[in-house]
Design a protein around this ligand. Structure first.
Ligand SMILES: Cc1cc2nc3c(=O)[nH]c(=O)nc-3n(C[C@H](O)[C@H](O)[C@H](O)COP(=O)(O)OP(=O)(O)OC[C@H]3O[C@@H](n4cnc5c(N)ncnc54)[C@H](O)[C@@H]3O)c2cc1C
Length: 381
């Protein structure tokens, strides 16, 4: 067994860390307080090849692997949860399904601009009445001639206001048992009948765009169907498995940021004539944070490695997502505690970590749903 990163993986991590420290970190407070999506940062990330890390060069990507991509998400998330979330959603949800299930023409037309950073992708699965139970999708896509006519409503969709394409899930028919067939369809956002509004006032990840989408008789060519019409449900479960690795990596990033800030503060802050880091109560908090972060990171790396090996990784992705995101919430909470009253103030940033981390135990399958996934893997029904 070898726990060392390859030279290329180390290089990508360093590049992401430098970019996060120099470009993103100085803007993190502003991105949160203005709740404005940092479009310029994404343009730069595109130029540097971040948007296409896990895709081959022939598809406009940088030819890296899932491990390198997870390392980049961690580093970016360490600086800014909003940027980290939009990054993870663009790559894992907006672009990855096209890489995995798209035809050569779809890759040329839709994936290349996403992977090379010229456009931003988005994935519309959730609906007002279909969240954890995505099988309850109500959006429909009916074939008329050589077009799909799509109608329905999606909510909480990351990046949609800035995206050129959205992968939308919709009911396209019924199977032999009378159950809805759900398919994935590529919808250009400039299609007639698409309305995207971004009015959510969020607790955290405030600079990540989150939008509502109304699809009113939207017509797209049938060639925009992604993958197999009948396998759409399975396809998005596979997409979410991959996405969970990146959300887990984002959790590790926020947890690491919480530890970094807490360690520095604990050494500097004096009470009772000594640095608070000399109190065992504070030391034990820091020790627990460091241990959990290491365990979470190892699990993220294992899930990413399995994916890179082409081996099953669904259970490991759920372990990683569940543990790393709950670690992020705990670490951010403890970081505030270690900072005392100052931690409650925006300027010290740790309160933002907690608000951002809380999204991670909800999005891409809540913690409860991760436990459902793990239970199924244990053969429980
Ligand atoms: C900021 C943000 C960004 C998002 N980005 C996207 C995106 O890009 N694309 C997209 O498609 N969606 C996105 N989502 C939606 C997100 O994936 C859903 O919010 C999430 O899956 C939960 O669905 P829900 O909100 O409908 O909650 P519900 O499904 O209504 O869940 C409510 C509660 O019930 C629990 N629960 C539900 N079912 C079960 C069960 N079987 N067993 C035990 N407990 C259960 C849940 O865990 C939760 O605690 C985003 C959400 C947010 C907030």
């Amino acid at each position: 067994m070898n726990f060392d990163l390859t030279e290329e993986q180390q290089m990508i991590r360093k590049m992401a860390r430098d970019f996060a420290n120099e470009v993103i970190q100085p803007r993190a407070i502003e991105i949160d307080t203005t709740a404005r999506f940092p479009e310029d940062i994404f343009k730069e990330m595109g130029k540097l090849g971040f948007m296409g890390i896990p895709f081959p060069e022939s598809e406009g990507g940088s030819g890296g692997d899932t491990i390198s991509y997870a390392l980049a998400v961690e580093e970016i998330g360490r600086a800014c949860g909003s940027t980290g979330l939009s990054y993870a959603a663009a790559v894992s949800l907006g672009a990855s399904p096209i890489h995995q299930f798209g035809t050569a023409e779809q890759k040329e037309k839709f994936l290349k601009p996403l992977a090379s950073g010229q456009a931003l992708g988005s994935f519309g699965l959730t609906e007002p009445n279909a969240g954890s139970d995505a099988g309850g999708t109500k959006t429909t896509a009916k074939i008329e001639g050589d077009e799909y006519v799509i109608s329905g409503e999606k909510c909480f969709i990351t990046n949609a206001s800035f995206a050129e394409t959205i992968i939308v899930t919709a009911v396209t028919g019924k199977d032999e048992r009378g159950k809805n067939i759900i398919s994935a369809i590529l919808v250009p956002t400039d299609s007639e009948g698409v309305t995207i509004t971004s009015n959510y006032d969020k607790m955290g990840v405030r600079g990540s765009d989150t939008a509502e989408i109304v699809l009113d008789q939207v017509r797209v060519p049938v060639t925009n169907l992604l993958g197999d019409e009948k396998e759409g449900f399975k396809q998005f479960l596979t997409t979410l498995d991959g996405g969970r690795i990146s959300i887990a990596a984002l959790g590790v990033g926020i947890a690491q940021a919480s530890l970094d800030k807490s360690l520095a503060y604990a050494k500097e802050r004096e009470q009772f004539g000594k640095p608070i880091s000399s109190f065992q109560a504070i030391q034990f908090k820091l020790a627990d944070m460091a241990m959990e972060i290491e365990l979470a990171r190892n699990m993220v790396m294992k899930a990413a490695w399995l994916k890179d090996q082409g081996r099953p990784f669904s259970k490991e992705a759920a372990y990683a997502k569940l543990f790393a995101t709950e670690t992020a919430v705990r670490a951010a909470d403890e970081a505030i505690q270690i900072h005392g009253g100052y931690g409650y103030m925006r300027e010290y940033e740790v309160e933002r970590y907690l608000r951002d981390a809380k999204l991670l135990v909800i999005g891409e399958g809540t913690s409860e749903i991760q436990r459902v996934v793990i239970s199924r893997q244990l053969g429980l029904r």
